[in-house]
Design a protein. Structure first.
Length: 359
């Protein structure tokens, strides 16, 4: 399918701001394409960033047929730009689309659109340490209808935002409150799809935890309220005795994180054991208190690796590693980001240089 590129005139183009607040600034251009049942995808265009016009009865506003993704572009020391595992994000985008009964996209074309968009807005990729260009692909149902049922029309778009660290404190331990009443998702539901409803459902617990001084919420399974699932918008890892990683297995209600998968692949190369299994919160608390768990951290695209210093469960706060960042999380963060920014060899073929993009 052809892709039209309509760049802004040079005198109308912006630039990356000095102060980077996560998700507050946006680059000059965006990608869009439209879908109609029976006709497929059409009108693939990279053009100026613009507002969307939707009818008040657009299906996305009433029945939440929408999905999104998140990945980053990284500035290398030589001035070039890398993407990190964009094909994995494209595959997950399509898995989310299938679960939400939405059309899938051509994964190769999706990645090509990302590469061309980043190449066009390359000036928006920050150069400072720890900064990047955050990319947000999304798809929404645009059909005008109030009857419940899958829409016939969809908009697929990609926007870009230069960002600094996700957490204002950077690589510092965060405090986490275990939600013992509210639940995020259930097996067989849409927990493993990257759809906005999962995140909207988390806000009540997150805001309540924030009022008590906690940064994130740790979710438990919705059936027994016993097994650990996700922490905020991240997967979670427990480090045993400084030598083995344990993370909850993908149960059908947990989002399969690209960073999670990358860490599981990296661990053996760093001399770390790694396993995914059902993780009982009561065992976690016992192992923290016994000193068996020496570190806890979240992992996701936005924060990459985020150490957890305190865990509150049923009103009791449990401290991990004296509320300090630990050596395993620090090493994983450095190893991952060195690959992403092109400072280290990439033995997995994860890095995708933007400058190799066909014209």
């Amino acid at each position: 399918m052809p892709m039209t590129i309509n760049p802004l005139p040079e005198d109308q183009r912006g630039h990356c701001p000095e102060e980077l607040v996560f998700g507050a600034a946006f680059s000059d251009h965006m990608f869009t394409q439209r879908y109609h049942a029976g006709d497929g995808w059409s009108d693939a265009t990279i053009g100026p960033l613009h507002n969307l016009s939707l009818h008040p009865a657009a299906a996305v506003l009433h029945y939440s047929q929408e999905i999104f993704e998140g990945l980053k572009a990284y500035r290398r020391d030589d001035g070039g730009v890398n993407l990190f595992r964009p094909e994995a994000n494209a595959a997950r985008f399509n898995r989310s689309a299938e679960r939400m009964w939405m059309p899938t996209v051509d994964a190769d074309f999706h990645v090509e659109a990302i590469r061309k968009l980043v190449a066009l807005d390359e000036r928006w990729v920050p150069s400072r340490e720890g900064a990047s260009l955050y990319l947000r692909p999304a798809m929404i149902a645009t059909s005008t209808k109030l009857g419940l049922g899958a829409a016939a029309d969809y908009l697929h778009f990609i926007i870009c935002s230069p960002v600094g660290p996700y957490f204002a404190g950077g690589f510092e331990p965060v405090s986490v409150d275990v939600s013992d009443v509210l639940r995020r998702a259930v097996k067989g539901g849409v927990g493993e799809a990257k759809t906005g409803g999962n995140y909207a459902a988390s806000l009540k617990a997150s805001e309540s935890a924030a009022r008590d001084g906690f940064t994130q919420v740790l979710w438990l399974d919705a059936v027994e309220g016993r097994y650990v699932e996700e922490v905020g918008a991240m997967n979670i890892f427990f480090v045993y005795r400084g030598e083995e990683l344990v993370t909850p297995s993908l149960s059908g209600s947990i989002l399969g994180g690209i960073t999670r998968d990358s860490i599981l692949q990296l661990a053996p190369r760093l001399g770390l054991g790694a396993r995914d299994e059902r993780v009982d919160i009561n065992q976690v608390i016992a192992d923290i208190e016994a000193g068996e768990i020496t570190e806890v951290f979240g992992a996701g695209t936005a924060a990459v690796v985020s150490p957890v210093g305190q865990l509150r469960y049923r009103g009791v706060v449990h401290t991990i590693n004296d509320n300090q960042s630990g050596p395993v999380a620090s090493r994983l963060l450095k190893t991952l980001t060195d690959i992403q920014y092109g400072r280290a060899d990439d033995p997995f073929g994860w890095v995708c240089p933007v400058e190799d993009t066909p014209a």
